[in-house]
Design a protein around this ligand. Structure first.
Ligand SMILES: Nc1ncnc2c1ncn2[C@@H]1O[C@H](COP(=O)(O)OP(=O)(O)OP(=O)(O)O)[C@@H](O)[C@H]1O
Length: 541
């Protein structure tokens, strides 16, 4: 993930990396030059001051550039992560998206992408300070190679502590990233469950203290544990540095030769190196959190297979759809149970009105999603006019359908309809559905979404009418409608669609209208059977 992101933002990344590195080198060169100026003859100083001016101006310019590039890089990396994740989720198969869940997706789009971009924000600081530390070591080696070897040994001892701490701390940080995903699910409940919580004081308290509260505490604990381990490691690093400073000064003060220049050089470097070292050590927990977030995003996207784009021709018409031993099922991890549809053999023809009835949880919606191609078949085959629908053709097959599911979503705009004629048609439909005093379509968008559930469902119906697909699916659409409009739906709208050659598949509990169906399917515990519809019974008489 981080490597992909670097590729996507490569020129800004390189510009940030180069300017930060050069700034770090310029800074340490300035320190070395100051030591040279202090210890050189007055004649040599004039030239050294020119170098000093050049280095100082270059340093300031480089630092400014690195900050500007880093700012752009941070925003670009966040925008890239967000748009890549959003695009992946939109283009992924529905069942995979459903399996990941809204909380995890939101968490990846918000906090995880923010943490990944923080890595890029800290990049100039890390590189500049790394260069200062490395440059300081190089200058030390030039001043006295024995002290330099001592410095390298200190660095090795310090980094052993770090690597020992890193694996434990990273586990905590990764665990925190997972807890955060479930917290986002709970955040949804704050708004979605607001009515229930307001009506019930003790539930509200339990939700705040033991549901959201416990998750927030656990998240805080894991993050603090991870960061604390890193801070212990940083303290060990800091201790080794002081041990090195003490050791080096002790060694130098014991030397018989004149070590003034070496001593002042080391004193300057030590003072100058301390802050960069601290900044670098402090950046490590942030870099670890960025890595954990990047891993979470990668794992989530890897579990979402993309819709196959191989098929080029979209299906726009059909005479019959055949299901041969078609089935789908879910595995419920917590209860170790499986819900599966018994393999279904069925042929649905153009222009038919089909009602599907059955008890709650019997599998009606699951079957509707399977029929629309939202779920790939776990077994069995699907044919359109005798043509097998392979996985590669499934997206093309889905374009035959227009649906309003019971948990439908109404976008604030029509998305693919800027056409004035279509918008006028939409406004006519809005009038027919008696919504014109509330809402209209303007510039391809609805003027308001502040409508009742029944009104929003009518608007969703308008959207499906404008899509003008050959197969309509309505999942308990009429459940929220008043008796008058319910009647209009079953006795006028559905027959009118059928008269236009549309196949209509309606999941319903409204037994009053069962006689209007051409075919009546019944779902019981995942098993589909076909009974005689009221219409067929009437015709037989
Ligand atoms: N996304 C899902 N993941 C796992 N199991 C699911 C999922 N959706 C439904 N189920 C399970 O599948 C079974 C059938 O659910 P389905 O929604 O198809 O029933 P239904 O007949 O439409 O019910 P209702 O009339 O209440 O809407 C249920 O037992 C449910 O627990």
């Amino acid at each position: 993930m981080l490597a992909n992101l670097i590729r996507a933002t490569w020129w800004r990344f390189m510009a940030t990396a180069i300017t930060s590195t050069l700034f770090g080198l310029a800074s340490v060169a300035l320190v070395a030059l100051i030591n040279e100026i202090i210890n050189s003859s007055p004649e040599a100083r004039a030239e050294q001051f020119t170098y000093f001016a050049v280095l100082a101006v270059s340093g300031v310019i480089l630092q400014l550039c690195s900050k500007i590039f880093a700012e752009q890089l941070t925003e670009q990396s966040q925008a890239t992560v967000r748009s890549q994740v959003a695009e992946h989720v939109v283009n992924a198969e529905f069942n995979d998206v459903e399996a990941q869940g809204a909380g995890k997706i939101k968490s990846c789009l918000t906090e995880h992408s923010l943490r990944v971009s923080e890595f890029f924000q800290r990049l100039p600081g890390i590189l500049t300070n790394a260069m200062i530390v490395l440059g300081s070591f190089a200058y030390m080696a030039w001043l006295d190679w024995r002290v330099f070897i001592f410095a390298v040994l200190t660095l090795i001892v310090g980094s052993v502590g770090y690597s020992l701490a890193n694996s434990t701390a990273f586990k905590k940080v990764t665990e925190a990233a997972k807890i955060q995903d479930s917290l986002y699910d709970q955040f949804d409940s704050i708004y979605d469950g607001a009515k229930e919580l307001k009506l019930h004081k003790s539930k509200r308290r339990i939700f705040v203290d033991h549901v959201i509260g416990d998750t927030i505490s656990l998240l805080r604990a894991r993050r603090v544990q991870g960061a604390t381990i890193y801070h212990y490691a940083a303290s060990w690093g800091g201790f080794s540095i002081f041990a090195f400073i003490g050791g080096a000064l002790y060694f130098l003060s014991g030397q018989a030769s004149d070590t003034t220049k070496v001593m002042s050089g080391f004193a300057l470097l030590f003072l100058y190196m301390l802050t960069p070292l601290e900044v670098m050590l402090a950046a490590i927990p942030k870099a670890a959190a960025a890595k954990a977030s990047a891993n979470t995003i990668s794992e989530m996207t890897a579990k979402m297979s993309l819709i196959s784009q191989q098929s080029t021709t979209e299906l726009t018409e059909f005479e019959c759809i055949e299901l041969k031993a078609l089935s789908h099922g879910y595995y419920h991890e917590q209860s170790d149970e499986v819900f599966a549809l018994t393999p279904i053999n069925l042929t649905l023809n153009r222009g038919e009105i089909i009602y599907l009835v059955g008890g709650n949880g019997s599998g009606k919606t699951t079957f509707a999603k399977l029929l629309c191609g939202l779920y790939p078949a776990k077994e069995g085959d699907l044919y359109v006019d005798g043509q097998l629908i392979t996985a590669a053709k499934l997206d093309s097959y889905r374009q035959l359908f227009s649906a309003v599911f019971s948990d439908f979503h109404l976008f604030d705009r029509l998305l693919d309809c800027q056409d004035k004629v279509l918008q006028d048609k939409g406004n006519d439909l809005i009038k027919k559905l008696n919504l014109h005093h509330k809402v209209a379509i303007k510039d391809g968008a609805f003027t308001t979404q502040k409508l009742s559930q029944g009104q929003r469902k009518r608007l969703a119906l308008v959207v499906t009418y404008l899509e003008d697909r050959p197969f309509y699916v309505f999942d308990e659409w009429a459940a929220d409608q008043d008796p008058v409009f319910k009647d209009v739906f079953y006795t006028e709208l559905l027959p009118a669609l059928s008269a236009r050659g549309k196949t209509v598949f309606v999941i319903t509990h409204d037994d009053k209208y069962f006689h209007l169906a051409d075919r009546l399917l019944r779902m019981e515990n995942g098993q589909l059977t076909e009974g005689k519809s009221g219409l067929a019974q009437k015709m037989a008489i």
